[in-house]
Design a protein around this ligand. Structure first.
Ligand code: PEP
Ligand code: MG
Length: 947
């Protein structure tokens, strides 16, 4: 039996492919970084020789913290070959090989796991290297870096003792920057660092290079399960069982003089997406100096003059890499004595704007297909393009009021307003516990700060560049961010920051614009950008529409929302919540009047109806009517009608309905106008009536206070109102008198609405508009409800069209919000011409979780403890609620094959839920206008992913 292969040299990519079966498999086995190093080697890019230890080895190690059998021997064998390729030997004082040890999982987790550089240095090799390079400063600097990194990363010593020792030393010498340190200075620091290791750990810094390597590999394996790595995986949905690979690679040095250097670059601008090389480098420096943002870097174009040959090679190689991967690359490189080495390449992280532009450009450049472009942009990135910005007016005002505070590097677009906090824990706490909008302010960020960054509306740092940790992480999460605002002085002790003669204390408000890099004090007003002006996004979305099967409609109540929805590409209105208009201040008193008088009037109407029914049937109380009975009944009916016509309550009731009707008519007219030619689903009144009245508690207090004070004016009205509120009070209003139940108990309200809809539609049609009203009856649970309500409403529609002499095409349908409705969909489809899944209520009723309280009370805990994978009010529960939907569609279409099906709950704007709707055969999803663009992309991705 051949031994299990745990280690692959960079030039063994074919073997890895054979074993893993696919390139995705290679990425899983060797990690993204390892696979790319191997791939770069194959393409002929100059990569320092080395090898990768597989993720399988990492997973095997996790079981009992031991390298799997055979792994270490394979490491030693690979090391031998690497020594040969590099022409150097590990631990050989006359010509030592140094290696780096880096993590690399299948999916990039920037900065989340560990790295150790300069492995192989010890007292002896350091001496040898000085002889070889004649550069004691570089050697001593490299050695102290190893002691520091091994001390912190591998041996778990805090950063502070090392940093403090260096700071103290520099202060003592009167140095400001590291470049002032001499060879002797670094030698002294190395000794100090070794003493720190001894003091903290009780043993000497390990001199054996193989021991160093073994420790480093273990540390990288262990870092897969560090808290920050686990947090990151949760957030990014990366499975825990993938493991990380470890890359052992020959060190090359950018700090060997002024013909050496190191840098990072993106092959396109990761902020705007423009097709220009974007990067930074430092001469005579080592990799982490650039990434940490500690020294000020130069723009990549500067390299052209400083090391022209290396620059030329760099530009050629990066072009080759982009051509090869057909993706924007994020590369790390080092120049050692004029020779360029590529250390890493990967698909670059980018802002939402850049993602869209790059995808669009690459289609036009012939690199990728439209379908590929659609798949390269995340729906959430489209969402970010709608992120708020400050209006020019707000900015001008703030400037005039001298509230301009500072300007830094615009690292991640979008505007944010929040209270500042100076550390990640406080920022997270203030956001979580108090729901505050927070802005995290730091000199610079480290991976440990990620939880604060995630909780923040915006991030501001005084140090670091466009590729620093803060910038990269913020761009990825779409959090507006400014870095390197070096004019700001942060005083961590006083918990305040100063700039431009202004002071902002912790907890005070600032406004920052990650697109311009500007910071203002106070709260600037936010506005929403005009998506239609964004050429690339519009093109991408139109490509998306070409491949999707699902349409995207919008939930919109007002014509202005409908117009926005249409601008954003909505193909209809999937939900107009009519009752929202009832809350307008000019209408609410009339709505309240309607409610106050509904019950008493309805009782009288019901009475009359019963008498008329008896007359018609010729029977009363079980016996046939005699002539005198008939006459008495007729008289009773006539009296009743007369009394009703004069009854103040009934007058108020019908008066209110008459008042509301033309207002609703004009609401609907506006919607038909905005959606000319497209369907508009109008839902009839849905919420329990008490929602339109003051709360019982406040009324009780008011009445009691008035009585106690002996105030009589207005008391009677208040008491009447209280009586109505008390009579409408329900223990479970969400499961009470609402939706279609209102249509049965108080039919006149829905009748008025249907009349308003059809009057508006007919008027619109007369004016050259093409209206497509669809009347939606909410909360049906039993077909008999529809049987009772719908024919009367349809008759009103017909009557109105006859009165107006106009025909419009229309539909009557229902929401499916109650599990019983889903289960009996076949019966319901006999009446309903369309279904719209109200998944807010359907989720509430299926789980039995109150949608108003569950999140606050237990749902967060449920998700944290893994009882539920996701909050089912945000992402559709496919196995439960989703299954009900699927069977409802199947059953419904058996009866009515052309049944139109949509969704209008919040899930209509969630990509995973949209995919489910695609899979089960919805015709459309409907979501808020702002989410229409992302939903269009998600619908296309659903189609492409499930071809
Ligand atoms: C729903 O229940 O999903 C729905 C859209 O109705 P509402 O949220 O208004 O109850
Ligand atoms: Mg509902």
């Amino acid at each position: 039996m051949t031994e299990k292969k745990w280690v692959y040299l960079f030039d063994e990519v074919e073997q890895a492919e054979k074993y893993a079966g696919s390139w995705d498999g290679v990425r899983g086995l060797l990690g993204g970084k390892g696979a790319n190093l191997a791939e770069m080697t194959r393409v002929g890019v100059p990569v320092p020789p080395g090898f990768t230890i597989t993720t399988e080895a990492c997973n095997a190690f996790q079981k009992n913290r031991q390298f799997p059998e055979g792994m270490w021997d394979q490491v030693l064998a690979a090391l031998k070959i690497t020594e040969k390729k590099a022409g150097k030997q590990f631990g050989d004082p006359t010509n030592p090989l140094l290696v780096s040890c880096r993590s690399g999982a299948k999916f990039s987790m920037p900065g989340m796991m560990d790295t150790v550089l300069n492995i192989g240095m010890n007292d002896e090799t350091a001496k040898g290297m000085i002889k070889l390079t004649n550069n004691p400063r570089f050697v001593n600097d490299s050695y102290r870096r190893l002691v520091h990194m091994l001390g912190t990363v591998v041996l778990g010593i805090d950063d502070e003792p090392f940093e403090d020792a260096l700071k103290q030393y520099k202060a003592q010498k009167g140095y400001k920057v590291d470049t002032e340190m001499t060879a002797e200075d670094w030698a002294t620091i190395t000794e100090t660092y070794k003493a720190i290791v001894k003091k903290e750990k009780g043993f000497d810094f390990p001199q054996d290079p193989l021991k160093q390597l073994e420790f480093a590999i273990q540390a990288v394996f262990d870092s897969w399960n560090s808290k920050r790595a686990i947090d990151y995986r949760r957030r990014e949905n990366i499975p825990d069982d993938l493991g990380t690979a470890v890359n052992i690679q020959t060190m090359v040095f950018g700090n060997m003089g002024n013909d050496s250097g190191t840098g990072v670059a993106f092959t396109r601008d990761p902020q705007t997406g423009e097709n220009v090389m974007f990067g930074e480098y430092l001469l005579n420096a080592q990799g982490e100096d650039v990434v940490a943002g500690i020294r000020n870097t130069s723009k990549i174009t500067g390299l052209k003059d400083e090391i022209p040959d290396a620059y030329k090679a760099f530009m050629e190689i990066t072009r080759k890499l982009e051509d090869h991967y057909k993706e924007m690359q994020d590369v790390e490189f080092t120049i050692e004595r004029g020779k360029l080495w590529m250390l890493q390449t990967r698909n670059g992280k980018r802002s939402a704007k850049a993602a869209i532009k790059i995808a669009y450009d690459m289609v036009n450049e012939g690199f990728i297909s439209k379908e590929e472009a659609i798949m390269r942009v995340a729906p959430a990135q489209v969402d970010q393009m709608l992120h708020p910005q400050f209006s020019n007016k707000a900015v001008d005002e703030a400037k005039a009021q001298k509230r301009f505070f500072a300007k830094g590097v615009n690292a991640s677009p979008g505007a944010a307003v929040g209270r500042i906090y100076f550390d990640a824990d406080t920022a997270e706490k203030k956001h979580k516990d108090e729901g505050q909008d927070v802005i995290m302010v730091r000199p610079f960020t480290k991976p440990d700060d990620v939880h604060g960054m995630l909780a923040a509306k915006g991030i501001l740092t005084s140090e670091g560049g466009a590729t620093s940790h803060a910038a990269v992480v913020a761009r990825q999460f779409g959090v507006p961010c400014i870095v390197g605002a070096s004019v700001i002085q942060i005083d961590m002790e006083k918990r305040e920051m100063r700039s431009n003669g202004l002071v902002v204390k912790e907890g005070e408000w600032i406004s920052l614009d990650g697109s311009t890099g500007e910071v203002y004090i106070g709260q600037l007003e936010l506005t929403t950008p005009d998506v239609t002006q964004q050429k690339e996004l519009m093109a991408l979305l139109s490509w998306a529409d070409e491949v999707s099967r699902l349409q995207v409609w919008a939930n919109a109540d007002y014509p202005k929302d409908a117009r926005r929805a249409r601008e954003y590409g909505a193909k209809g209105i999937g939900l107009c919540r009519t009752e929202h208009m009832f809350f307008e201040t000019t209408r609410l008193p009339h709505v309240q009047q309607m409610i106050m008088n509904a019950e008493a009037t309805q009782k009288k109407l019901n009475n009359l109806e019963a008498l008329e029914g008896a007359l018609k049937a010729g029977r009363l109380e079980g016996r046939a009517l005699k002539d005198e009975d008939r006459a008495a009944l007729e008289a009773e009916i006539a009296d009743g009608k007369k009394a009703l016509a004069e009854d103040p309550g009934a007058k108020a009731y019908f008066g209110a309905l008459d008042f509301i009707l033309p207002l609703q008519r004009s609401d609907f007219y506006g919607l038909f106008e905005a959606m000319n030619g497209l369907p508009v689903i109008i839902r009839l009144i849905d919420p329990p009536l008490h929602e339109f009245l003051p709360s019982m508690e406040s009324l009780l207090t008011e009445v009691a206070t008035m009585r106690a004070k002996g105030e009589t004016e207005g008391l009677a009205e208040k008491e009447d109102l209280l009586a109505v509120v008390e009579s409408l009070h329900e223990s479970n209003p969400m499961m009470g008198l609402r939706g279609i139940r209102l249509g049965i108990v108080y039919p006149d309200i829905m009748k008025m609405q249907v009349r308003a809809i059809f009057e508006a539609a007919c008027d619109a049609k007369k004016n050259g508009i093409d209206p497509h009203p669809e009347v939606m009856i909410p909360l049906t649970g039993h077909v008999n409800e529809l049987k009772l309500v719908q024919p009367t409403l349809v008759q009103i529609a017909k009557d109105v069209m006859a009165e107006k002499g106009v025909e419009v095409s229309y539909k009557f349908g229902t929401m499916i919000e109650i599990p019983r409705a889903a289960v009996t969909a076949a019966e319901i489809a006999e009446y309903a011409e369309f279904f719209s899944f109200g998944t807010n209520d359907l989720t509430q009723m299926t789980f039995g979780y109150s949608r108003d309280d569950a999140e606050r009370n237990f749902l967060v805990t449920y998700v944290e403890k893994g009882v539920l994978p996701k909050n089912p009010f945000q992402q559709l529960d496919r196995e439960g609620v989703g299954r009900l939907m699927k069977s409802a569609i199947e059953e419904g279409r058996k009866v009515r094959p052309n049944l139109e099906v949509g969704i209008c709950g919040e899930h209509g704007g969630d990509p995973s839920s949209i995919e489910w709707c695609h899979l089960i055969g919805n015709n459309y999803v409907s979501c808020s206008p702002f989410r229409v663009p992302l939903a269009r992309l998600a619908a296309a991705q659903a189609a492409l992913n499930n071809k």
